[in-house]
Ligand binder design. Structure first.
Ligand code: ADP
Ligand code: MG
Length: 254
């Protein structure tokens, strides 16, 4: 589905955000990318979505090189690959009603009302959410709106960049469960980015551990979580407050 080969992205002032990243994501795979803040995860996401261009290396999407394609030839990618961002408030237009947000990626001639009903249902929002505005919802519900919009054009790949990092701990598990269920139901390929390996482990089968623009470890998420090879991976596991840990603290009321 996705092939990334020796990818580099250098910003001005000699910031080397990506330094030779190579991996493939197969159809139906749930590919996690984990690393501390500043390790290059969002840079990689922008390149995968062709929202930015690499300074070296190549990216193929279903066999087609996308890193060199002009925007007018990227329509298939704009459809087939959808992104859910960390902050739903920042990524949803506050002046648009939910129905217009969700249906924005759909063609005019499409039966939007039927698709809208389906999508609200799929993400667990009530039908009367359609005529309301983003600020009238909680953070978790806003992330459901983002997910519905992402699913609208029947994408093949869903890319989620820290989709639960801005949410209350009590809501995180619900959104992760929802993503898990939707990926299964719609046969999606998932690229899931987080700074928390426990969160990645909840929804992914494979993980790439990123540090300073490079992948230091890649493979089966369960294997890497239990037997991390790289000291940095061990640090990540030890240092980051995990979903399980946070949930335990939350439930313990401390
Ligand atoms: P992450 O998502 O893992 O936190 P980013 O990809 O956002 O990491 O950032 C990786 C590095 O690239 C950081 O050092 C960051 O400051 C830098 N960076 C990101 N975007 C830009 C940009 N548009 N211009 C300059 N530097 C950037
Ligand atoms: Mg980021």
């Amino acid at each position: 589905m996705i092939e990334v080969n020796n990818l580099h992205r250098t910003y001005r002032r000699n910031v080397h955000a990506l330094k030779g990243v190579t991996f493939t994501v197969n159809a139906g795979q749930r590919f996690g990318i984990v690393g501390e803040s500043g390790s290059g995860k969002s840079t990689l996401v922008r390149l995968l979505a062709a929202l930015d261009r690499p300074t070296g290396g190549l990216i193929r999407f279903r066999g087609t090189r996308i890193d060199t394609l002009p925007e007018r030839k990227l329509k298939f990618l704009r459809n087939d690959l959808q992104i859910v961002f960390q902050d739903p408030m920042g990524s949803l237009d506050p002046r648009m009603r939910v129905k217009d947000i969700i249906c924005e990626p759909l063609d005019r001639d499409y039966d939007r009302s039927e698709r809208l009903r389906e999508l609200l249902d799929a993400v667990g929002l009530p039908q009367n959410a359609a005529t309301r505005y983003p600020h009238q919802f909680s953070g978790g519900q806003r992330q459901r709106i983002s997910i519905a919009r992402a699913l609208a054009p029947y994408p093949k790949v869903l890319v989620a960049d820290e989709p639960v990092s801005a949410l209350d701990v009590s809501v995180r598990a619900q959104i992760l469960n929802l993503l898990d269920e939707l990926v299964e139901r719609y046969d999606l390929t998932l690229v899931f980015v987080s700074h928390d390996l426990a969160v990645v482990r909840r929804v992914c089968d494979t993980v790439a551990v990123m540090r300073r623009g490079q992948i230091v470890e890649i493979g089966d998420v369960e294997q890497i979580y239990r037997y991390p090879n790289h000291p940095y991976t061990r640090e990540l596991i030890a240092a980051v407050p995990t979903l399980q840990g946070a949930l335990a603290r939350f439930q313990g009321g401390s």
